[in-house]
Design a binder for this molecule. Structure first.
Ligand code: N01
Length: 538
């Protein structure tokens, strides 16, 4: 099988890649591990799953008709609604026809002589493709920690990112949930409503902000649709890919009263943008401390038992250095008699027993265990495949000390492989839909340029890549982010190199950098013409 472009993944990024690249007249072949479209929204079906970026922003911008015709029902869409939306997009633009579903790409090997990739999938398919686009997601390789005894457990167990499609009934059952990141924090209140008793096993407390979700009305929908164009423009120029204006002054330049009023306004609005109340909030501990103190006062007021509140307040000194969570009624859930917060920091889990779980502090009888234990983020899905570039050089070796890319788009030694929202791009720090659209548009323009200029390959120049990695690291080091043990740094995966993976310089700035690179003739990339031996048939 041959294709001009092979696209791996059929989430937001992969679907748009199908649409955009097909429009260029290229033959596109797609592979997707899930049985249908949706990517992260196909897999993450746990109770309470919803997006923490407003639905009107977390949606495609490439078609004005699409964004005008789709009516979001709530400010923050639920997983089922986002999946319905993606199915609608796939139907509307006929995007399924070139995708093999339920099929995982296992390897991609570059043939230097033929200047193409040979890609293999787990159904036995072998495809030769000139270009590969890896739209494999930043949070797609789910992780179950290596806790002894799981195979002996006689109850049911689930991972939030591999949730059964038919749903799970917890009524009358004793449930243990391990993990208190975004997934655990969203699932906890809903599982608590059903379970006979819920044990929340917490190793690290997280900062969560009430989401401030509300239904949209015809009026709010008409209002946002009328200003969509301005909203999208503001999002593209912003730091995080959605319209947001921080307070015009720095944290300590305003009085305590004004500061608290600003936090209160953001708190009332709800959501992750609390982290960006002041422009310097993530830059220094002094600027972060008042926001953190405000958060703590709010949370303590929600939790009845002071000892439980003590546990729910993170030990990380700064708020927002780990991905901030958003919730609906997470903290009040711990006031219920049928919910117990178990501190597994001071008394770690020793093993899963046939009938529950044992920590160094005690034994818990459980019917069900829910792993909300996260992902091998940003690199897990890519390194899960055997990708070999020039001279058989493997991506796993190239990234052994942490991911190295130029602009997050390409890696030196791997010609014609594009990564969508990869490490070294704003990625998870931005609105992923707009970030994916930006990358796919950039890739499409690049392929047109290659064709027009008679070039067959493009790859990152090693020196430009080194400089980009240095620049990204320096930017991160000037913030509080690297101080936390977060998945941004790979800290949740034993043995993973501790490198801050996303580009933290801001989405708008990054877009300008990418445009400048193109304006300067793809500066930092090496373009090579079609090899002589390919032009003249033997
Ligand atoms: O995963 P996480 P997540 N023993 O890695 C714990 C996006 N997302 O799926 O912190 C015991 O954040 C771990 O403890 P610790 C969003 O970007 C978005 O919740 O390592 N515990 C932690 O508490 C988010 O950041 C949305 O000490 C163990 C938890 O498991 C990202 O996905 C919703 C353990 C993992 O938290 C990941 O979120 C959901 C062990 N061995 C997800 N191993 C929204 O849009 C891990 N843990 C709202």
């Amino acid at each position: 099988m041959n294709a001009d472009v092979l696209v791996v993944g059929a989430g937001f990024a992969g679907l748009y890649a199908q649409h955009k690249l097909r429009e260029l007249g290229l033959s596109v072949r797609g592979y997707e591990a899930g049985a249908d479209v949706g990517g992260t929204w196909y897999w993450n079906r746990y109770p309470g799953a919803r997006c923490d970026v407003e639905s009107i922003d977390y949606s495609y911008s490439f078609s004005d008709e699409l964004q005008k015709e789709w009516d979001w029902s709530e400010r923050y869409a639920t997983q089922p609604e986002i999946l319905r939306y993606l199915n609608h997009v796939a139907d509307r633009f006929d995007l399924r026809r070139d995708i093999s579903f339920g099929t995982r790409v296992t390897s991609a090997v570059y043939d230097d002589d033929a200047q193409h990739w040979e890609v293999r999938a787990d159904n036995g398919d072998v495809v030769t493709a000139t270009y590969c686009v890896f739209a494999t997601g930043s949070l797609s390789a789910s992780r179950i920690p290596d806790i002894p005894g799981l195979s002996e457990f006689t109850g049911r167990w689930f991972h939030t990112a591999r949730w059964p499609h038919e749903g799970v009934e917890f009524t009358g059952r004793r449930v243990g949930i391990i993990g208190t990141g975004s997934s655990g924090i969203q699932a906890t209140p809903l599982i608590a409503e059903q379970a006979a008793h819920l044990y929340v096993f917490q190793r690290s407390a997280n900062y969560s902000i009430p989401a401030g979700n509300h239904p949209h009305t015809d009026e709010t929908r008409a209002a946002y649709k009328a200003t969509y164009e301005q909203r999208r423009r503001a999002s593209r120029e912003s730091g995080g890919g959605s319209p947001h204006e921080a307070h015009p002054r720095r944290t300590l330049e305003v009085s305590e009263e004004e500061r608290n009023a600003a936090y209160e306004r953001r708190w009332e609005l709800g959501g992750v943008l609390f982290s960006k109340t002041f422009p310097d909030q993530m830059a220094t501990e002094e600027a972060n401390a008042p926001a953190r103190a405000f958060w703590e006062r709010k949370i303590r007021a929600l939790v009845t038992e002071p000892a439980v509140a003590d546990l729910l307040v993170p030990t990380d000194p700064a708020i927002g250095t780990k991905r901030i969570c958003t919730d609906s009624d997470y903290y009040p859930t711990f006031n219920r008699d049928d919910v117990t917060l178990v501190d597994i920091r001071s008394a770690p889990i020793e093993e899963i027993t046939p009938t529950g779980l044992r920590t160094t502090g005690g034994e818990y009888e459980l019917d069900d265990i829910v792993f909300a234990t996260g992902f091998d983020a940003m690199t897990g899905a890519l390194l899960g495949m055997d990708i070999r570039g020039r001279g058989g050089w493997s991506l796993r070796d190239a990234w052994a000390a942490g991911p190295r890319t130029y602009l997050g788009l390409m890696t030196a030694g791997f010609p014609n492989i594009f990564i969508v929202t990869g490490p070294g791009s704003p990625s998870v720090l931005a609105n992923m839909v707009l970030a994916a659209e930006h990358h796919i548009d950039w890739i499409a323009d690049c392929l047109v340029h290659l064709a027009r200029t008679g070039n067959a390959t493009i790859e990152a120049d090693a020196q430009a890549q080194d400089a980009w990695v240095r620049r990204s690291n320096e930017l991160a080091e000037n913030t509080l982010f690297p101080k936390a043990n977060s998945w941004y740094l790979g800290a949740n995966v034993p043995g993973k190199p501790g490198v801050f993976m996303p580009f933290i310089g801001g989405f708008g700035t990054y877009r300008t950098i990418c445009a400048d690179v193109v304006a300067k003739g793809y500066e930092g990339f090496v373009l090579t013409p079609l090899a002589e031996r390919r032009r003249t048939p033997a």
